[in-house]
Design a protein around this ligand. Structure first.
Ligand SMILES: C[S@@+](CC[C@H](N)C(=O)[O-])C[C@H]1O[C@@H](n2cnc3c(N)ncnc32)[C@H](O)[C@@H]1O
Length: 278
């Protein structure tokens, strides 16, 4: 392969599509569409809030800032950012996540977040948003097959800064998929695209970003193996009795007892990739 001719967008697309398993309805976002999964995600982020505090301190926010949060989830960043700035637009396609975001903003009396229920790839920057934004953020939400076009649109929506957060190396949940896929589906799991692909793609687009590496602990608490099964059943698209027992045995092996609860523990390496628009 000739250096300079590698199509990083194609590599991203291939890796992104390979590792997705669709449920029977073909729903890619099935996991986050369910309110209980969104609620669990929200609780987990509130328990591990130190990283959110550091992220907030790193962002160039002022009381005048207008911020776009792409794939905001339940508002881990959008809500505390909204307290510091004049306006936040949250783009979030998953119904469960959006429901929790709206409940959270209502409960906390926040009135400067506007919500757009769409995938980023379906957004028309001029018609769906109130661009430009001083800061555009996409935090662990780059489930976008055409990442080049997605980034082009982020630049279109931004007047100054773009902040992407993504992964380096294999994540704890990918380790689980690597272990489970051969017995669940009779094939190997191909992990999703990481920050190396992203950096090369940006470089080819003429963007030379800052890259900051950090680690993030991951703890997922369950009251029983049955509760863990409920959570993982749709993540792994469990459809047969055999798959059900493979998953149950696996979970029994990885969950550890802690203060009367079962815990899945992990640590992942993450990256902040940011740049100022030219
Ligand atoms: C792991 S959560 C991260 C939520 C939040 N950004 C944070 O950092 O806490 C990923 C979120 O990205 C959203 N997402 C995934 N693909 C997306 C896409 N193509 N466009 C917009 N959002 C997307 C999911 O629905 C989910 O809410």
């Amino acid at each position: 392969m000739e250096y300079g001719k590698i199509d990083w967008n194609d590599i991203w697309k291939e890796l992104m599509t390979n590792q997705q398993r669709l449920d029977k309805s073909g729903d890619k976002n099935g996991h986050w569409n369910k309110k209980e999964n969104a609620e669990r995600f929200w609780k987990r982020t509130q328990e591990n809030s130190e990283r959110t505090d550091s992220t907030l301190n790193e962002l160039p926010l002022t009381s005048e800032s207008r911020v776009l949060d792409i794939g905001s989830g339940p508002g881990r960043l959008a809500i505390p950012i909204a307290r510091k700035v004049s306006h936040v637009t949250a783009v979030e396609p998953a119904a469960g996540m959006m429901e929790i975001l709206k409940e959270n903003t209502k409960q906390q009396g926040i009135d400067n977040i506007s919500c757009v229920s769409k995938r980023w790839e379906d957004i028309d920057v001029e018609n769906d948003l109130d661009a430009p934004y001083d800061v555009v953020i996409a935090s662990f939400s780059l489930g976008m097959p055409d990442i080049k076009e997605a980034i082009r649109k982020m630049e279109q929506a931004s007047s100054k800064y773009v902040y992407l957060y993504w992964f380096a190396g294999t994540t704890p949940w990918e380790e689980h998929s690597i272990a489970l896929w051969p017995s669940l589906y009779g094939k190997n799991y191909v992990p999703g695209p990481k920050c190396d692909v992203l950096y090369n793609l940006l470089y080819n687009m003429g963007i030379y970003p800052d890259v900051h590496v950090f680690s993030m602990d991951y703890t997922n608490y369950f009251s029983s193996v049955d509760e863990a099964m409920d959570f993982y059943r749709d993540r792994y698209v469990i459809e047969t009795q055999e798959q059900e027992s493979i998953l149950r045995d696996y979970l029994k092996g990885i969950l550890v007892q802690e203060n009367g609860q079962l815990v899945e523990k992990g640590n992942s390496t993450r990256v902040k990739i940011s740049w100022e628009k030219k």
